[in-house]
Design a protein around this ligand. Structure first.
Ligand SMILES: C[S@@+](CC[C@H](N)C(=O)[O-])C[C@H]1O[C@@H](n2cnc3c(N)ncnc32)[C@H](O)[C@@H]1O
Length: 413
């Protein structure tokens, strides 16, 4: 059975539990993917299973505990409901079910990183050699050895990734990228899509629905990482020329090697800062995306990324930024659950970004004459994954901010 077909199956749900994660062997195989021993696979599958258990089984108990114990305690002590998530959290964090959920989630993130390092480091020389050969043949990588990466990427190692995205362990290193590719499977509870491309497939589905038949000729993906989601876009638009920018050389090497291994030949991986992408002043793109990037970027960084989009988006073009939804208007418990990553998963900009108004920021960054709106992209719609229970960050639905520039004739009218 093909990886795609296997991924569209619904995993059996055992009595009293949520759906089991799909096996790791359901990931699309390619020459740049680290080889996994039985022990490696078990580590990732257990982590994916714990992830599923936390979101499908323990989370409903936590929601019950909040309604039956936490909120009555707030009312009893404050004589009113909590005024914001900070006040609510002070009570929530005293509850045993929260502590269990939160500590298991943290331990699970640590175990994913550990499993990835244990799998990748022993075979790193082989992975480096394979990626060198694939990249040399494809000629799809452009590195900038003197790049001054943004300070936040140097200092902050998002979601507990040892060394973050940019640390290089040696010449032509791919460790961070190879580890990231394996980790995505477990972090998304085995529902990352056959080629770890769930967000990319959701993007393609959204575009097909909102601009049916549209074929962007030039596409820019900012903060592409290993390009797993870029690859889904590239496959949907095989005639487009795609430039994928990231600051992390190990991510880009893994991305370029894996695209070549998968036979995707229309992406050029370019090292650069997405705040000032390494492009000619006049270079224009029909579609500019950032998928799950802005929450790892400072507020001034986000503004500069949006300004770069305004500079490089062609008339009639569309810019698409996919994230988790903002906290505004969400119930306080949900805000606390969503905010977990900002407090316990080394996501330094997470809370500030989800408290901000990305649509207003986009408008103010050179899109004042554009149509700017918020929307949703949903992987469940495309059958890539079946969303059974909201798990606040691991589910298959995303919040998206879109800016659509008017066409030239519309500007002249
Ligand atoms: C969570 S990963 C998402 C990667 C990819 N978009 C995906 O969908 O899998 C965030 C990526 O953004 C990159 N990134 C964050 N800020 C950046 C910046 N200012 N310039 C270039 N890359 C950046 C990181 O290096 C990392 O690879």
């Amino acid at each position: 059975m093909s990886a795609t077909a296997e991924h569209s199956r619904t995993a059996a749900a055992p009595p009293g539990g949520g759906a089991l994660p799909l096996p790791m062997t359901s990931m699309e195989q390619h020459a740049a993917l680290p080889k996994l021993s039985h022990d490696d696979r078990v580590r990732f599958q257990v982590a994916a299973g714990v992830n599923g258990f936390l979101s499908q089984t323990l989370l409903p108990l936590l929601q019950r505990a909040a309604a039956e114990r936490v909120e009555p305690r707030i009312e009893a002590e404050l004589k009113r409901p909590a005024k914001d998530r900070h006040e609510y959290r002070a009570f929530l964090e005293q509850d045993l079910t929260w502590r269990l959920w939160s500590r298991m989630r943290r331990a699970n993130m640590e175990s994913v990183q550990q499993a990835a390092r244990l799998a990748v480091l022993p075979q790193l020389p082989d992975l480096v050699q394979t990626s060198r050969e694939l990249i040399e043949r494809a000629g799809n990588l452009q590195l900038a050895s003197g790049l001054k990466a943004p300070g936040y990427l140097k200092r902050l190692h998002s979601h507990l990734m040892p060394g973050g995205y940019i640390t290089e362990l040696g010449d032509d290193d791919v460790a961070a990228g190879a580890a990231y590719e394996l980790g995505v499977y477990a972090v998304l509870g085995g529902k990352s899509g056959p080629a770890s491309d769930r967000a990319g497939r959701a993007t393609v589905a959204w575009l097909a629905e909102h601009r049916p038949g549209w074929k962007p000729k030039r596409i820019l993906d900012l903060g592409c990482g290993i390009g797993a989601n870029t690859t889904a876009i590239a496959r949907a638009f095989p005639e487009a020329e795609i430039v994928a920018v990231d600051a992390g050389a190990p991510m880009l090497r893994q991305g370029a090697a894996r695209a070549a291994a998968l036979g995707v030949d229309n992406i050029r991986f370019v090292q650069g800062n997405a705040e000032r992408p390494p492009l000619g002043d006049d270079e224009q793109f029909d579609l500019i995306t950032s998928l799950m990037v802005l929450h790892e970027t400072s507020r001034p960084g986000t503004r500069k990324i949006f300004q770069a989009c305004a500079r490089h988006l062609a008339p009639g073009g569309l810019t698409f930024h996919l994230e988790q939804p903002p906290y505004r208007d969400k119930p306080l418990l949900e805000q606390c659950l969503r905010d977990w990553d900002g407090r316990y998963n080394n996501e330094a900009f997470w809370s500030a970004m989800h408290d901000s108004d990305l649509a207003a920021q986009l408008r103010a960054s050179g899109f004042d004459d554009a149509e700017v709106y918020e929307t949703e992209a949903n992987a469940a719609q495309i059958g890539a994954t079946k969303k059974t229970q909201e798990d606040y960050g691991r589910g298959g639905a995303w919040y998206v901010v879109v800016g659509e520039k008017p066409r030239l004739q519309e500007v002249r009218q």
